[in-house]
Write a protein of this length. Structure first.
Ligand SMILES: [Zn+2]
Length: 145
């Protein structure tokens, strides 16, 4: 059974990647709820939150929190939602554990359209100066050397 996130991790499917390291990748959601909607995904395949080993979970949640910090404290988002869905009934669509990081800008621009290349590149450019925050947070939490 093909898994789109495993294909992306293997470089066999395309994505817009914000960060990769320490067993994690951060990519832009293909169907963003808002501008800058990110997914934090372990490179290794685990179906959902309850299947993922604790240390990898810790890394993923700390990375997601770092990105929430970037949006709230550096880029002016008025709110941010950090969440994971486990099970179809709870809204899980791709059965490879991932955490959504969804910034709210207060501009009323919420939707579920397909990410355009233009928007993707502008989001990558917005995040580029702040990528180091993920690394800082992982180190601060003692999760990487
Ligand atoms: Zn997978």
């Amino acid at each position: 059974m093909a898994c789109i996130f495993c294909s992306i991790a293997a470089g066999e499917a395309e994505s817009y990647q914000v960060y990769r390291g320490h067993g994690l990748m951060v990519i832009l959601d293909k169907y963003p709820v808002s501008r800058g909607h990110l997914l934090v995904i372990p490179v290794e395949h685990y179906e959902a939150v309850q299947d993922t080993p604790p240390r990898l979970l810790a890394k993923a949640w700390v990375a997601a929190s770092a990105l929430a910090h970037v949006y709230r404290s550096r880029l002016g988002a008025r709110g941010v939602k950090v969440l994971t869905n486990s099970g179809r009934i709870a809204g899980q669509v791709i059965f490879h554990f991932h955490i959504h990081v969804i910034p709210y800008w207060g501009d009323g621009q919420l939707g579920r359209g397909v990410l355009t290349r233009e928007e993707a590149l502008s989001v990558l450019e917005m995040l580029e100066p702040h990528k180091g925050v993920v690394e800082e947070y992982l180190k601060g939490a003692g999760l990487v050397g």
